[in-house]
Design a protein around this ligand. Structure first.
Ligand code: DPP
Ligand code: ZN
Length: 856
């Protein structure tokens, strides 16, 4: 398959002003008639019209009402000798009932749904399927009325009526010009929750959330989230909703999280449905953020869209940053930042160090769907955050205003965005653009020198990025503060250093005694920072740093060093040693939870994850790493049993469940205590966990008990798993949790369990959520996946899935990304597995790109 390059971008040869679509939906086939008002792009040399299409059965093609000669390939339709302006009329037949890719128009349980980003619209009709072609759309749907009572498309309802044979129709018009990837329609049997939002200027927006029948009581949280995000965007960015109707439709079969189609978002049910007994605190918070994310796209993505798909981070990095900020304001800013960085290190850093490393704005791709990555999204958001750090919150707001003043209604590039930020702030972003153009995580090596005589403290910072194409330096904002021995910030030392050279010194004068530097506060740049901290220095920062991120970071550094040392010891046949000072630091954390907040303490007591730790090793021995991390958990449990038990009792719920972030923090810490206690694996603790599992009035506590038990070999585990399935087998999203706790389990027979579950009625390889819960979650299970049998199993499943849904198969194939970090024997088997995928007959270009990169 061909590689597509950013440098080859050319403007479209034709433009489409208006699009009229007529869908006749029927079982077995849908007929799509398209009428496009087109004209030649005067800025581009005359050439034939080449339209995109995929799996379309072409029934007719006419220009200005006359049949014309045309030629087709499986993916193009070409017409030569066209006038400067004309009307193109095509009729195609498609088969949504057999569309297992879930791209384009497809069938799900309760009706028909669309997903057009990035290139799904071409699976619906012949079109110039690229984001810089923007048109206004009028859409008519015809379908059986009893089976599909709800007919929706983007924009505003225009007219509707009845037809013969119990059918009905509806016409929608979207007044906003939009690229085809934002097109959507729905025809289904759905229940709706309705409300309104009054905008700052007094307009009323009609809100609707549509879900499968019987699930309306799981919608109020998403509705509230939508209203909160609308308000927040007015207050923080002065952005008002421009629509009369804003609809969200939830569907159980969906490749991604959600999609921001103009006025008609389509969501994975996972990010809509919530009720205290079926959704956890984390689910509630994720729903807030995803609802906000898709709403925020209405400005950052829809009103101003991407010129081409290389610019994906223009809308995604910016919109993730916006949803992060919304989540931080709504919930708990401290722990929000900690979780963002934990996620970045677990997924984006490994991606940036592996075969799929790419800049947040890639220079080339084979399949764009492979670039909806944590680099484009989460590192992209970090890059936006750095822009705000460099020019301040007010400067950033002025830059956003300028961006919309310049580009509203346009399809633009990342340069356009940064230029608006530069114009509004006066800051020179020339050097900063490196963040958009280079793959890899920069590493900072920091040394310090203190001269007692002169009172001068010097930080010497070196930067490097071996993955980059050259060794030019990045512009990196580094927030720092210096702490004295008493744990106070030395006055005036709190500042943002701008690192612009490969090697640079920063001086601090008037320092009385050697300070403890707190570097990269609030994680001010997405880098790996090395400084030879002593355990005493880290303990001081953990106890006293007022920036919660860096306090947490100090604890993570302490734990990482201990676990990595123990990993080496275990691999050499020795027993790990755990210093008393670490236990003491953990004890102090538990004692200060009232002041520091339960949510923070829960984060601070959570050890770095295995995939994050693995990145620090040259050759990963997953068994030794796993044993080391578990050993530290057990050691903490033994040493702090009384504290954990006391806190567990002390944090008992004092009333019915409420989802407030305060209460969520208490639950998080209490459940962290329970999981530590379960490391002791005593009958009493197992009973305690089973009792919490059975008596909890909410999914957070019930699931936490189940998840902890799932890591422990005992009969209570089997009892809880059986009872959980029995109770929740009809709630698809809860069944996903049941699959995930089993595929993520550290028990030695996990692979056998996962294999068995692929044949369980709860599993369906055609449903992306099920694949993610059972198979991809297994691929993230470091100790259990990285075995010859684990590799062979996921290779087999990837091939099986590829025939149905290449996008999801390709995400599964990413589990192999880090295979070269393991020992020679494992590598041999991983290579065989990857080669077996590569050589599979008819492999999709999605999976081929991933596997070729992995083997390459
Ligand atoms: N554009 C979607 C989102 O990130 C993904 N398909 O919101
Ligand atoms: Zn997005």
């Amino acid at each position: 398959p061909p590689t597509i390059y950013l440098k080859d971008y050319t403007a479209p040869a034709y433009l489409v002003d208006t699009v009229d679509l007529d869908f006749v939906i029927a079982t077995g086939a849908t007929t799509v008639s398209a009428t496009l008002a087109m004209r030649r792009n005067p800025a581009v040399a005359a050439q034939p019209l080449v339209l995109d299409g995929e799996e379309l059965e072409t029934l007719s093609v006419a220009v200005d009402g006359e049949k014309v000669p045309f030629s087709t390939t499986p993916t193009t339709l070409t017409i030569a000798d066209l006038p400067d302006a004309f009307t193109l009329h095509t009729v195609v037949r498609i088969d949504p009932d057999r569309n297992t890719r879930l791209s384009g128009l497809y069938r799900s349980k309760d009706g028909y749904f669309t997903q057009c980003e990035a290139q799904g619209f071409r699976r619906i009709t012949w079109f110039l399927d690229r984001p810089d072609v923007m048109s206004t759309y009028t859409v008519t749907l015809h379908a059986d009325k009893a089976t599909y009572p709800v007919l929706l498309a983007n924009g505003n309802p225009v007219a509707s009526g009845e037809e013969a044979d119990g059918r009905h129709w509806a016409t929608w018009n979207d007044p906003f010009r939009k690229p085809a990837y934002l097109f959507a329609l729905v025809a289904g049997k759905l229940d709706g929750l309705f409300d309104t939002f009054q905008t700052a200027s007094g307009r009323s927006v009609q809100l609707a959330i549509y879900v499968e029948p019987g699930k309306l009581d799981q919608c109020p949280h998403a509705m509230a989230a939508l209203q909160k995000s609308m308000k927040w965007d007015e207050e923080r960015f002065g952005l008002e909703c421009d629509l009369d109707h804003y609809m969200i439709v939830a569907v159980g079969d969906f490749n991604m999280g959600a999609m921001e189609n103009k006025g008609l978002n389509i969501f994975n049910t996972k990010y809509v449905l919530a009720r205290a007994d079926v959704a956890t605190d984390v689910d509630f918070e994720n729903i807030d953020r995803v609802v906000a994310h898709e709403y925020f796209h209405n400005w950052t993505g829809n009103r101003v869209t991407c010129r081409d798909w290389f610019q994906l981070s223009l809308k995604e990095g910016l919109t993730v940053f916006r949803d992060q900020e919304f989540g931080a304001d709504l919930h708990n800013r401290q722990t929000a930042r900690i979780r963002e960085v934990r996620g970045l290190r677990a997924a984006q850093f490994p991606e940036d160090a592996g075969p799929m490393a790419h800049p947040i704005r890639p220079a080339s791709f084979v399949e764009i769907n492979n670039f909806y990555t944590s680099t484009v999204y989460e590192k992209g958001a970090e890059v936006i955050r750095m822009i705000q750090t460099l020019i301040g919150r007010d400067g950033f707001r002025a830059g956003m205003d300028e961006y919309f003043r310049r580009h509203d209604g346009q399809a633009v590039t990342c340069e356009d965005f940064v230029a608006a930020m530069a114009a509004a702030s006066g800051f020179d972003f020339t050097q900063f653009m490196r963040w958009y153009n280079q793959p890899g995580t920069p590493h900072l090596a920091v040394d310090s020198v203190f001269e007692a005589k002169t009172g001068r403290y010097t930080l010497h910072i070196k930067q490097s990025n071996p993955r980059a194409s050259d060794n030019h330096p990045y512009l990196i904002p580094i927030r720092i503060a210096l702490f004295d021995a008493g744990g106070q910030i030395i006055a005036g030392s709190d500042r943002t250093l701008l690192l612009t050279e490969n090697s640079q010194q920063f001086h601090f004068d008037g320092i009385a005694a050697e300070p403890v530097p707190s570097l990269l506060r609030d994680f001010s740049a997405p880098v790996v920072l090395d400084y030879a901290y002593t355990p005493q220095q880290l303990t001081l920062l953990l106890a006293h740093e007022s920036d919660p991120f860096n306090a947490w970071e100090a604890g993570q550094r302490l734990a990482s060093t201990l676990i990595l040392d123990a990993t080496a010891a275990i691999a050499a046949g020795q027993a790990p040693v755990w210093p008393a000072s670490f236990v003491d630091a953990a004890r102090r954390l538990l004692q200060t939870q009232a002041e520091r907040g339960a949510a923070f303490v829960a984060e601070a007591l959570t050890l770095p994850g295995e995939s994050t730790l693995a990145e620090a090793l040259d050759i990963v021995d997953p068994d030794a790493l796993h044993a080391a991390r578990n050993s530290l958990r057990r050691h903490l449990a033994e040493q702090l049993e009384g504290e954990f038990a006391g806190l567990y009792a002390g944090l008992a719920p004092h009333g019915a469940y409420t989802p407030s972030s305060e209460e969520a923090g208490r639950r998080a810490l209490r459940n962290t205590c329970l999981a530590y206690l379960l490391e002791l694996n005593t009958p009493a603790v197992r009973q305690l966990a089973l009792q919490q599992f059975r008596s909890a009035d909410n999914m957070t506590d019930q699931f936490a008990a189940l998840a902890a038990l799932a890591q422990t070999e005992c009969t209570e585990r089997e009892t809880a798993l059986a009872e959980f399935y029995q109770r929740w087998q009809h709630e698809a999203l809860v069944v996903d949790k049941w699959l995930a706790v089993q595929s993520g389990s550290r028990l030695p027979d996990t692979l056998a369990t996962v294999k068995r579950l692929t044949g369980h009625p709860a599993f369906d390889i055609g449903n992306p959520n099920k694949v993610y819960a059972l198979l991809r979650n297994f691929g993230a299970n470091l100790a259990r996946f990285h075995t010859p049998a684990g590799y062979a199993f996921l290779a087999e499943q990837t091939q099986l899935l590829d025939g149905k849904n290449p996008q999801v198969a390709s995400r599964l194939a990413r589990c192999f990304d880090r295979w070269k970090k393991f020992d020679g024997e494992r590598q041999k088997h991983a290579r065989l597995a990857l080669e077996s995928i590569r050589d599979h007959q008819g492999l999709s270009r999605d999976v081929l790109e991933i596997v070729n990169r992995a083997l390459g």
